[in-house]
Ligand binder design. Structure first.
Ligand SMILES: Cc1cc2nc3c(=O)[nH]c(=O)nc-3n(C[C@H](O)[C@H](O)[C@H](O)COP(=O)(O)O)c2cc1C
Length: 190
């Protein structure tokens, strides 16, 4: 009888400990401790894919989030946007923004963009040139429609003079995953 009671108590203790470990992992697994570094997640998104990734990163890092919004919205007509974006790239247009943002108070700035014509979208060009990134760390990410990041990250480095640009996180359309983002950020050792 005593033996059975011991076995039951042993099983209960084991289950409680295992449950605690699992719950603890589930609760903290989605967050990364950035120490005392101040984090901003800035992004532009035309059709919502990059916005989803930005929100995932914000949820994981618990940083602040800033949406880059052009003063003149792009047309809802996809073909028109494709044509305009090509022209903007060729002429290196930096469209005016509703708010240029302010990176002054941040150490680490995640910068997200859809890939437009093999590089970042125009509004992100504006954001990178209207802010002073000297001494800051830029952590880039982008979503694309099948062509990958192309020259997005290299072009970001050219515009954000004085910043250290880390390896980026590149995902196809809506395919970004929390687990991949956590792995990427952990690998960066920010
Ligand atoms: C103007 C324009 C240009 C694009 N150029 C590319 C490209 O060069 N390479 C690519 O893989 N996808 C390209 N795409 C597809 C987008 O990068 C892709 O759909 C992205 O996930 C959209 O992100 P968003 O929903 O945040 O706007 C382009 C889309 C648009 C609207």
């Amino acid at each position: 009888m005593k033996k059975i009671a011991f076995i039951i108590i042993g099983v209960l203790i084991f289950c409680t400990a295992a449950g605690y470990i699992v719950l603890n992992k589930l609760n903290t697994g989605k967050e990364i401790d950035m120490g005392d570094k101040k984090v901003l997640v800035a992004y532009y998104s035309y059709s919502g894919n990059t916005k989803k990734v930005a929100e995932k990163i914000q949820n994981i890092t618990k940083g602040d989030i800033f949406e880059i919004v052009p003063k003149t919205s792009y047309s809802n007509n996809y073909d028109e946007v494709v044509a305009l974006a090509q022209e903007e790239k060729q002429k290196d247009v930096r469209p005016e923004l509703v708010d240029n943002g302010n990176v002054k108070d941040y150490d680490i700035i995640f910068v997200g963009t859809p890939v437009w014509w093999y590089t970042m979208a125009g509004p992100v060009r504006t954001f990178l040139t209207k802010n002073d990134f000297t001494g800051k760390t830029i952590v880039p990410f982008c979503t694309h429609g099948g062509g990958g990041a192309s020259s997005t990250y290299v072009d970001m480095q050219k515009l954000a003079k004085g910043a250290k640009i880390t390896e980026g996180y590149t995902s196809y359309e809506k395919s970004a995953k929390d687990s991949e983002i956590i792995e990427w950020i952990n690998k960066l050792k920010l």
